[in-house]
Design a protein around this ligand. Structure first.
Ligand code: SF4
Length: 243
């Protein structure tokens, strides 16, 4: 054996740790069969899942979604009819005075910031997008008040375009409970979901998960005994388990 051969033999082989992101080893809870089963059960459990914000077009949905931050959809739906009667288009909203807007959206909370956002959104959409709510994520996130989550809602619900997955507080919570992500940051959660969920399910998936989070998988005491996902869920805080 040459000296070179001996050195090669002694060289330590690279060690792959559990946290190695390059590791090809599949995680049991992300197995395609399990994800497909979970999606199937979710769709059957929430067959009528859709956006609860009442709207007639992309502009109204954008405004309603901005107003829904830290507020219930029900409350937003009480406010928007008067708001859209007074300011029906982006151009009209851009011309509205802030005190007028604040009065109309006061009960949704954070009303000063929200008024500025919807007035600014009207202005940008009128001046930069010809009065039409843009159809790409890159353009939509330049509109005041429209961060990634809002943009994904508008693109998915108003235009049927799946550019991302809506990650609201329910999707955030349930994705962790179901072992679909280990992250807390919505952007990282969205990235994980986009990797494991087929694109043609992105839009419906978040509506279904939101409804499931409201009806069954509630924050404090999830109703596991009546949950159709129970056999495929390993959440540590389950209130009942069959396995
Ligand atoms: S089994 Fe329990 S924790 Fe798991 S998804 Fe259903 S309600 Fe949530």
């Amino acid at each position: 054996m040459t000296q070179e051969d001996a050195q090669k033999r002694k060289a330590p082989s690279p060690v792959k740790t559990k946290l190695d992101p390059q590791s090809p080893r599949p995680r049991r809870d992300l197995a395609p069969a399990r994800i497909a089963d979970l999606l199937d059960r979710l769709a059957k459990a929430q067959p009528n899942a859709e956006c609860a914000l009442v709207h007639r077009n992309a502009w109204e949905l954008l405004v309603a979604t901005i107003l829904s931050a830290q507020c219930t959809d029900k409350r937003v739906n009480l406010v928007t009819p008067d708001l859209f009667r007074a300011f029906p288009t982006p151009a009209a909203m851009a011309q509205a005075s802030l005190p007028e807007l604040e009065e109309l959206v006061r009960t949704t909370g954070f009303f000063r910031a929200k008024s500025k956002s919807i007035q600014g959104a009207g202005k940008v959409i009128t001046e930069q997008f010809g009065g039409e709510v843009p159809r790409t994520l890159a353009q939509l996130i330049t509109v005041p008040g429209a961060a990634r989550k809002t943009a994904n809602v508008v693109l998915g619900v108003a235009y049927g375009l799946a550019e991302g997955v809506v990650v609201d507080t329910h999707v955030q919570r349930l994705s962790k409970r179901l072992g679909l992500t280990r992250h807390d940051d919505p952007k990282k959660i969205e990235r994980d979901l986009m990797r494991i969920i087929p694109r043609n399910r992105w839009i419906a998936f978040s509506h279904e998960l939101i409804l499931h989070g409201r009806a069954i998988c509630v924050a404090r005491k999830p109703r596991c005994a009546e949950c159709p996902l129970e056999t495929t869920c390993w959440a540590p805080d389950k209130t009942w388990r069959s396995h």
